[in-house]
Design a protein. Sequence first.
Length: 261
Amino acid sequence: MNKILQETARNLLVQSRVEVIIGYEEGYDAFHTRPVFISNEKDVDRLVINKYCTNNLAVYLPIHKKLKIGIVAKGCDVASIRELIKEHQIPDENVVVIDVVCEEATERVDEKCAGCDGRGTKAIVAGDKAAEKKEKFEKLSAKKKEAFWNKEFARCIRCYACRQVCPVCYCPDCFVNRTMPKYLNEAVSIERNKLFSMIRMMHVFGRCTDCRACDNACPVGIPLHLLTKKIAMDALELFGYVSGQEQEHPFSTFKKDELLW
């Protein structure tokens, strides 16, 4: 697989179809990888693809949207790329997707990858273990839910890693950085931590592909997937919308028979 990937990347660069390849290379050992940017065909042998390639590389596309980019994309990444194109954050003609089968989905099927065929062609929103966990959580009383999230967000250090790795958190002026009005101060507290996450989740509703990049990046292990799974399933239930697929965004369309509050 690595040889095919490397040869594909080499051809794209040699033929000048792209200016840079965004992919993965081996990290500090064979069990870790890291993102890599390659602009010289002589360096493509650094590219690897394996079950340790967990970063969602789509996060780099809006930053470098003026370049012609070849991007190594797993199913989660492909879904995020579709959303970015639909939202006009990257020009479709500037992106060449090097579609790869995600070994994490095909070899180590866990609750994160259940329902995915490794290419992002199957919706990961219902009928899997994560959905069952979310539904079980939804049956808890409001008091128990509050106690759960208070305990989780008491550990939050407000590092914003979840925001930084999210492909659809691309706003150059994030609400947390604004001073007029100032939504959040620098003090870390349970209430402020919850406020940040709740507002961020509202902003990515209908756009989050449940790729779990935020979950993986959290240094204190807050189960953010309970929130991303909820908004994905709410988008499906309320609007019949699956983020990352070839559908019009629910906020850009209106149907007379849609559920109204």
